[in-house]
Design a protein around this ligand. Structure first.
Ligand SMILES: Cc1ncc(COP(=O)(O)O)c(C=O)c1O
Length: 466
C-alpha cells in the first residue's frame, strides 16, 4: 500500500504534492538508490487520482534526476541523492525559537573547538602562499591534488600514524566525506556487500547504501569490531570491503585491539576484500601515544582515510585517501569526475602549515585543552549520576558515550532535554540492528567550554532524574 498524504483541499496541485512527497522520501534516504517505484497505474488506483497526474509527477521527478526509468521495468530511485541535512532536519523537530532556552548547550560530536582556530597563523600562511605560489596553482590542476602537499603529507603520516605510502598513493579530497563517496563510487554497486561496524554513523551508512549496496553489520564491543561475528569466508557473497574506525570507533569510542587488527587483515586476505580504515580523529589520544594505523601493517589491502576536520577545522573541507597502488588510477578518474580537484591554494597553505611545524604544535596545544574538557565532563557525569552512568570510549577523540542505567533515550526524553537547554545524540540513531543501544548517548565535548559542560550535565541531571 502506497502511503502518500494528499490533501485535495490544499491550494497546491496534486501533481506537486505527490512530487514533493516522493522527492522528500528520496532525499531523506527512506527510499534508497535502486528502489522500485509503483507503476503510474497502481499509484492512480491507490491514491484515487487520474493517471495523468501520476505521469506528470513522475515526469517532473525524472526531469530533475531523482528517478530513472528502465525499459520494460518501470521507474527506480537514482543513485547518490540522499541529502544528509535533509534527513537530519526531519529526524527530530527542534523547538521553535519561542520554546528554545536562551542558551542551548549542544553536545554535538566531532566539532573541534572552533574559537581556538589559529586564525592569524593560518591567514598569514594563506597570504604567503598566495604571494609565492607558482602560476600553475591558479589554473586547473590534477585531480589527486598538489604534489607539494602530498609530499609533506606522506612524511607526516609515516611519522605520526605509521602509514606507508608514496606521495603518488595520496588523493586529496573535500574532507573524509568525499573520500567515502569516492570509495562508494569506485568499489560499490547494487550487487555489492560491505562489512561494517554496527553501530556506525548514519551518514556513512547512507553513503554506501546510496549505491544500492547491502550493509552486512558486524557488532562492536569494548574492543572494537567483534571478529567472531564476521561471516564465514565460505558463506556466500564476498564483501567488497570491511569498513572500520579502529582508532576511535564512531560512535562507541572503542579502539580495535592489535589482535583484532591482525585477524581483520587475515580475514580480508582470505576473502580477498579491502579494508577501509577511517582514521578521522586519531591524533587526540589522551593516555598513550596514538595507535599506529592498520594501513602500515597491510598497505596493499587498506584504503586509508584521513581528515583535517577535527585537527584544524571542518570548514576547510580538507581530507585525503591513501590508496593501494593498484587502485590509484581509478580514484584519479573518480575525483576528476566529481569536482576536478580540491582547491589548490588551500592545499598549498596546508602543506606549508605542516612543513613549518604549526600543525603539530597546534595539535599538541589542543590535546591539552580537550583533555581538560574530557576530564571535566567525566567528573560532572560522575558527580551527577554516580554509578547510574557508565562511560565508554574516553581514551581518545572529541566525544564519549554514556550509558544510563534504566533510561531509554526516546524522542520524548530527547525533547525534554532540549526543552531544558541541552542537546545530546542517541547512539541508537546510528545502530543498524536496532534495540541494543537505547540507553546510550553520544556526548561531544570538543566545542563546549568547561562551564558549558558543567551546566549541560546539570541540566541533564534535572531531566533524567525525573
Ligand atoms: C567516523 C567519521 N568519519 C568521517 C567523518 C567526516 O569528516 P569530514 O569532515 O572530514 O568529512 C566524520 C565526521 O564527524 C566521522 O564521524
Amino acid at each position: 500500500m502506497l502511503w502518500v498524504p494528499i490533501d485535495r483541499d490544499k491550494p497546491i496541485p496534486l501533481t506537486r504534492q505527490i512530487y514533493t512527497e516522493f522527492r522528500d522520501k528520496i532525499l531523506r534516504g527512506d527510499w534508497a538508490a535502486g528502489f522500485k517505484l509503483p507503476s503510474t497505474r497502481k499509484m492512480a488506483q491507490e491514491l484515487r487520482i487520474s493517471r495523468n497526474v501520476a505521469i506528470e509527477a513522475y515526469d517532473q521527478l525524472f526531469a530533475e534526476g531523482y528517478i530513472e526509468s528502465r525499459q520494460g521495468s518501470g521507474y527506480f530511485v537514482a543513485a547518490g541523492i540522499y541529502l544528509e541535512q535533509f534527513a537530519r532536519g526531519q529526524e527530530r523537530p527542534l523547538p521553535s525559537a519561542g520554546d528554545q532556552p536562551e542558551h542551548l548547550i549542544d553536545f554535538r560530536s566531532g566539532v573541534p573547538a572552533l574559537e581556538q582556530f589559529p586564525r592569524s597563523l593560518w591567514g598569514k600562511t594563506v597570504q604567503q602562499v598566495c604571494h609565492d605560489a607558482p602560476l600553475s596553482a591558479f589554473g586547473y590542476n590534477r585531480p589527486e591534488g598538489r604534489a607539494e602537499l602530498r609530499d609533506v603529507l606522506s612524511r607526516y603520516l609515516y611519522r605520526t600514524r605509521g602509514v606507508q605510502c608514496t606521495p603518488e598513493q595520496i588523493v586529496m579530497t573535500s574532507g573524509a566525506t568525499q573520500a567515502l563517496t569516492l570509495i562508494a563510487k569506485v568499489l560499490l554497486n547494487r550487487e555489492s556487500c560491505v562489512l561494517i561496524e554496527d553501530p556506525i554513523t548514519q551518514d556513512i551508512q547512507s553513503i554506501f547504501t546510496s549505491t544500492g549496496a547491502r550493509l552486512c553489520p558486524v557488532p562492536v564491543d569494548e574492543y572494537g569490531m567483534n571478529m567472531h561475528s564476521l561471516p564465514s569466508p565460505l558463506a556466500g557473497s564476498r564483501p567488497r570491503f570491511a569498513f572500520v574506525t579502529p582508532s576511535h570507533q564512531f560512535p562507541l569510542g572503542t579502539t580495535l585491539t592489535i589482535q583484532r587488527r591482525i585477524q581483520l587483515i587475515q580475514y580480508a586476505r582470505s576473502v580477498d576484500c579491502y579494508i577501509v580504515e577511517d582514521d578521522y580523529d586519531s591524533e587526540f589520544r589522551y593516555e598513550s601515544p596514538p595507535i599506529s594505523s592498520i594501513q602500515g601493517l597491510a598497505p596493499e589491502r587498506v584504503i586509508y582515510i584521513g581528515s583535517f576536520s577535527k585537527i584544524l577545522s571542518p570548514g576547510l573541507r580538507l581530507g585525503y585517501l591513501v590508496l593501494p597502488e593498484t587502485l590509484v588510477e581509478r580514484y584519479h578518474k573518480a575525483k576528476w569526475l566529481s569536482d576536478l580537484h580540491t582547491p589548490s591554494l588551500e592545499q598549498l597553505a596546508l602543506g606549508r602549515f605542516i612543513e613549518e611545524g604549526h600543525l603539530e604544535k597546534y595539535i599538541s596545544k589542543m590535546k591539552k585543552l580537550y583533555k581538560k574538557r574530557r576530564q571535566c565532563l567525566i567528573e560532572a557525569l560522575r558527580r551527577t549520576f554516580a554509578d547510574r552512568a557508565t562511560i565508554w570510549g574516553e581514551a581518545a577523540g572529541l566525544h564519549i558515550v554514556a550509558a544510563f542505567d534504566g533510561i531509554s533515550f526516546t524522542p520524548d526524553v530527547l525533547t525534554a532535554l532540549e526543552a531544558a537547554g541541552v542537546r545530546v545524540y542517541p547512539v541508537e540513531e546510528h545502530a543498524i540492528g536496532k534495540g541494543r543501544h537505547e540507553d546510550k548517548i553520544v556526548i561531544g565535548y570538543g566545542n563546549v567550554s568547561e562551564d558549558g559542560i558543567e551546566e549541560g550535565v546539570r541540566r541533564m541531571g534535572i531531566v533524567l532524574s525525573r
